[in-house]
Design a protein around this ligand. Structure first.
Ligand code: PLP
Length: 400
């Protein structure tokens, strides 16, 4: 018998080596208590959270929490069914209405996760005969959506407008073309040049899908994302998003003005063949989305936090993923996985949680300490964070 698990041996070895060297497993942290969007108790210690996607700090919002409790009482703990059978409650309709209002778009379809939204929409609209042109640094859910639909995949160099244009021009005349982009790329926290890329895509007869998972709520005057900020949202055919980041719960969605969009509810397998979100989740999401429409002050404070952390880390001598802060994600580049794990652990001991990211999730084989800021981090907390980076950086030899 061939052990089907033997293919995982290199990963098992790498993990064992790391643990044998005495490092804490960076992928097995337990939050013993969560006190707020910015503070938790880990290993019995107060820990500042700088590695969540809680950009707008909605998880403990009193209105959001009470909407969830009310729905739990009135509708029970789950729907036990698909959206197309018994799994559509008034709450699912209400959250889709909230999304249509938030994005000012005609259609909104809610999935059980953002992963499934990409999987479902991409695989359903781009099939075997079609071409998907995508940034090489695209999220795993985008690649998995491409694979599920069997489309021809044409990757291009990250954020390279000319490379996108070249690829588009090589596709046979008359073929179906979908360009898939992200507003914010979550590993380095950089944004896409959507203005130019959407124009090039349209000029070459392609439909455009933009995943705005890491920009919703924060970027753009109304928090609609990078496409809004760069003035091209009306030219984007599909926006994919998630409830697991700024919205503060779980779920995914696609919004669109395409006149035939609603047919997806019948033909999109990751929408049809899975249970719908629990009523408490859609109630919290709808409340959160409506509050995000009116959150300009929080957006401004989050930008301040992002700028302050970026400047402070740079001053300390860390190498960062972007020259200027472009989003709520600031990536600190580590020389290798071992140094990254040592720094991650030293920060945790100081009382700070960040994300350790490594290949294959990261581009160019990089090991990153990814910091994601929250609109509820105070100026003092950002100062505390910088003090912790200074101490951990010196203790591990990452900075002098
Ligand atoms: C760009 C992007 N798209 C989609 C997703 C999936 O979102 P969800 O957590 O809702 O499955 C993520 C999650 O990390 C993401 O970063």
């Amino acid at each position: 018998m061939t052990d089907l698990f033997s293919k995982f041996d290199p990963v098992i070895q790498q993990r064992e080596d790391l643990l044998a060297a005495g490092y804490t497993d960076p992928f097995n942290l337990v939050m013993e208590k969560v006190e707020s969007p910015t503070v938790a108790i880990c290993n019995g210690k107060r820990t500042i959270l700088l590695g969540t996607y809680n950009y707008m700090g909605m998880t403990f919002d009193p209105d959001v929490v009470s909407a969830g409790k009310k729905a739990l009482d009135e509708f029970g703990s789950g729907t036990t069914g698909s959206r197309v059978l018994n799994g559509t409650y008034v709450g699912h309709k209400a959250v889709e209405e909230a999304l249509k209002d938030f994005y000012a778009m005609d259609h909104a379809m809610v999935f059980s996760t953002g992963y499934q939204a990409n999987l479902g929409v991409i695989s359903t609209i781009a099939g075997k005969e079609d071409y998907i042109v995508l940034d090489i640094d695209s999220h795993a859910s985008i690649y998995d959506g491409c694979a599920l639909g069997n489309a021809q995949i044409v990757p291009f160099r990250h954020n390279d407008i000319e490379a996108l244009e070249k690829r588009l021009k090589r596709i046979p005349e008359g073929a179906g073309k979908l360009v898939v982009l992200e507003g914010v790329y979550s590993m380095l926290g950089d944004i896409a040049p959507l203005k130019e890329m959407v124009a090039v895509s349209k000029a070459n007869g392609a439909m455009v899908l933009v995943d705005e998972a890491h920009s919703m709520g924060f970027i753009g005057d109304h928090g609609r994302g990078v496409a809004e900020a760069q003035g091209v949202i009306d030219d984007v055919d599909f926006i994919i998003g998630t409830f697991s980041k700024s919205v503060g719960t779980v779920g995914g969605f696609c919004v669109s003005n395409h006149p035939k969009f609603e047919i997806l509810r019948l033909v999109c397998r990751p929408y049809v063949f899975t249970a719908s979100l629990p009523p408490s989740v859609v109630a919290t999401a709808a409340t959160s989305i409506r509050k995000l429409m009116d959150s300009a002050d929080k957006r401004a404070h989050l930008w301040e936090n992002s700028k302050r952390l970026h400047a402070g880390l740079r001053q300390l001598g860390f190498q960062l993923g972007t020259n200027e802060p472009q989003s709520a994600i600031i990536a600190v580049i580590m020389p290798d996985l071992e140094k990254g794990a040592a720094m991650w652990e030293a920060l945790l001991n100081e009382g700070l949680y960040v994300n350790l990211a490594r290949p294959p999730a990261t581009p160019a084989g990089m090991t990153l300490l990814r910091c994601s800021l929250c609109a509820l981090h105070t100026e003092d907390q950002v100062g505390e964070v910088l003090g912790m980076f200074a101490a951990a950086g010196r203790a591990t030899g990452c900075i002098s």
